[in-house]
Design a protein around this ligand. Structure first.
Ligand code: FES
Length: 674
């Protein structure tokens, strides 16, 4: 000390300051608020504080930076390097002292607040700043002359070394606190949740902390196990929701609960069992101890949310669709029977409305429509479509009763998206001959490699492409009729009772698209469009800037085909993109970043809910949206890039009108339940 000041510049933050010689790099970083990690509190054992010297002349700062401007490598660093490995260019920031001007680079893995770049296009990176953190401390040994409890001295150590004051202690921690302190020779690692509670204590240095983000869907339950330090996803797994045996769709599960007193507990028990099983699988797949899982987040639609938490979902079965609770919930993992650390906490994202759940909150968190000026339309397509529209000014949300057709149900040869399902379709407008591709094989029909493939059916994205291509080829008219007049031109158009079918695959089994399939998709897409359009009405918009399609089905459908069929309102096809599993990503963001929880809690409070079931204009939009792509909207933005066939109706008479009206009222009456 007392030496002349040295100028130290940290990159990439660019923060700089003058420091006395002899100060550690970690202390200098802390004084400047530079993001440099540390678990061991500067004892040279965790290795989180690694830095590199950027050597050479730095004219911009007017200094020459040199590795020799740090104190020489000492015994602590040599021991660390021998035991855990340390690159020759790296130094431990808590050990190396400043001895001259320096430009210090803080590598990404040494930053406390790392950014996780997401795979999906247009997605914001996630800043890793979890609610649970690990702290290594040295606790004073008990002395006869000042008798304080081990718990008190542990708290004092955390206050002294990490400025963590007034921490609560989980009761289970006390079970073996005394043994842990002695086993660690009074050096322990403590997990502190939300800066408030001591939830776990390990002897010595403990560096592993993991979390699991769950997305509880009515069909599938998915989980992602993440490293809470790096933010990396270490394992992902999914299971069928075992509640399916009580009903395929949400409403049949609510009916089951209503009709079978006492059954609610069973539905709760089995979905919790599913989460427990996934937890064990994820930990095994990632090669981590379940006891090192300290944090869990959950998203799900309102009915899944209620059943998982043990809440009665029957009020969600009918208007006014009252939620038992809409705010976010914080509980203990043991409350849900999850086989993780006893001190692990669960955060359940907030619900928005009776049909718009924590999964939609997750989608908002993942997509961030509230952060920009552009008006985004987010659509998570499932048996119920959750729709969010807006920007930083306003956000609106609704759910629309699309039914299960998009998942391949109620389609003659429909099936879930699984190997063997047709997922891509192209139809030659001249010959009306199709080419198809199935899940699990990259070859198109007619190409080498396709002959060996067993085609089993057609999934949701396949049926969308088939109908859109049939429309582009002129086989499917504007009102959704397979044009039988073309049967003379192509043997693919086959009489089928009083209507016609299109033979998509003439192998074994023969797979056709029937007139009834078209009607099912028209009902589903009419409901989806009507929900979107209703939100646009409420916002006062004719066009949206951007559309993001989320969920397993939403991410699979081709934006162009979705527009051609009129599933979604007109938009530049370039501005319609897949968002992946946005709900699950939202759960992951809430897992990795505590501030994101506060953010979504605030945003959800401002979301305007639109209840499609009671909106008079829903019916009107629905009927108009039965046409392909739409009865009155010319889809000019789509038409600018995709030549659409001229509008053609097969039988514009009263019969067709009646059919559509009947279909519309059936859909709004009955499909609300799904
Ligand atoms: Fe732990 Fe430097 S802070 S080794």
């Amino acid at each position: 000390m007392g030496e002349p000041d040295a100028l130290v510049v940290f990159t990439p933050s660019g923060r700089r300051g003058r420091f006395e010689h002899g100060l550690t790099v970690l202390d200098a970083a802390r004084r400047l608020g530079v993001d440099l990690d540390s678990v061991c509190g500067g004892r040279g054992i965790c290795g989180r504080c690694q830095v590199e010297v950027d050597e050479g002349e730095h004219a911009k700062h007017g200094i020459t930076s040199s590795a020799s401007h740090l104190s020489e490598v000492n015994e602590v660093e040599r021991t660390y390097a021998a035991e855990r490995g340390l690159a020759a260019t790296r130094r431990l920031g808590c050990v190396a002292h400043i001895a001259g001007d320096l430009v210090i680079d803080v590598p990404a893995e040494s930053q406390l607040y790392r950014q996780v770049v997401r795979k999906e296009a247009d997605a914001h990176p996630i800043e890793v700043d979890p609610v649970v953190r690990l702290y290594y401390v040295e606790v004073e040994e008990p002395r006869l002359e000042s008798p304080t409890s081990d718990a008190t001295r542990l708290r004092e150590a955390l206050a002294r070394e990490w400025a963590l004051e007034r921490l609560e202690l989980d009761v289970h921690v006390l079970d073996d606190l005394q043994q842990t302190l002695r086993a660690g020779d009074w050096r322990v690692t403590v997990a502190v949740h939300d800066g408030r509670s001591i939830t776990a204590v390990w002897p010595g240095l403990h560096e592993h902390a993991y979390g699991i983000a769950f997305d509880v869907g009515s069909t599938t339950v998915a989980g992602h196990l993440c490293d809470l330090w790096s933010g990396d996803v270490l394992a992902s797994a999914g299971e069928m929701n075992p509640q399916i045996r009580f009903g395929e769709d949400l409403m049949s599960r609510v009916s089951y609960v209503m009709l079978n007193p006492g059954s609610r507990k069973e539905l709760t028990r089995i979905v919790r069992g599913c989460l427990a099983k996934l937890t064990a699988e994820l930990a095994k797949a990632a090669g981590v101890e379940r006891d090192d899982v300290l944090e869990v987040t959950i998203v799900g639609n309102p009915i899944m949310h209620h059943l998982l938490l043990g809440l009665d979902p029957t009020e969600l079965g009918g208007a006014p669709f009252a939620l038992a609770v809409d705010e976010s919930l914080r509980l203990r993992a043991t409350d849900l029977g999850l086989p993780v650390h006893l001190g692990a906490r669960v955060y359940v994202l907030p619900c928005i409305a009776g049909h718009v759940g924590a999964d939609t909150a997750g989608m908002i968190l993942s997509e961030g429509p509230h952060l920009g000026d552009e008006v985004n339309l987010l659509v998570d397509v499932g048996t119920n479509a959750e729709i969010v529209l807006g920007n930083r000014e306003r956000l609106l949300a609704a759910s629309s009763p699309t039914g299960p057709a998009f998942e391949g149900a109620q389609i003659t040869f429909g099936q879930r998206a699984a190997p063997g399902a047709i997922e891509r379709v192209r139809i030659d407008p001249e010959t009306l001959e199709p080419r198809v591709r199935v899940i699990g094989c990259d070859a198109w029909s007619g190409e080498p490699g396709f002959a060996d493939v067993r085609v089993t059916g057609i999934c949701g994205s396949g049926i969308i492409e088939a109908l859109a291509e049939l429309h582009l080829a002129g086989v499917l008219t504007t009102d959704g009729t397979i044009d039988g007049a073309l049967a003379t031109r192509s043997a693919r158009i086959v009489p089928d009772g009083r209507t016609f079918s299109y033979l998509l695959h003439d192998g074994e089994p023969r797979i056709s698209v029937t007139q009834d399939d078209v009607r099912q998709i028209q009902l589903a897409k009419g409901a989806l469009y009507a929900g979107c359009r209703l939100l646009m009405d409420h916002y006062g918009l004719e066009r949206v800037d951007r559309i993001r399609l989320a969920g397993a089905f939403g991410s699979q459908i081709d934006p162009k085909h979705a527009l051609v069929l009129g599933l979604i309102p007109d938009c530049d096809p370039e501005r319609v993109t897949a968002a992946g599993n946005a709900a699950g990503t939202g759960a992951r963001i809430a897992l990795l970043n505590g501030a994101a929880r506060r953010e979504i809690e605030e945003v959800v409070r401002t979301v305007e809910k639109v209840e499609t079931a009671v909106e008079p204009r829903f019916q009107e939009h629905f009927v108009q949206a039965m046409a392909i792509p739409h009865d009155t909207d010319p889809y000019e933005r789509l038409r600018a890039v995709v030549p659409l066939p001229r509008r053609r109706k097969s039988s514009p008479g009263a019969k067709e009108g009646r059919t559509r009206r009947r279909a519309a009222s059936a859909a709004t009456r009955g499909r609300r339940s799904e």
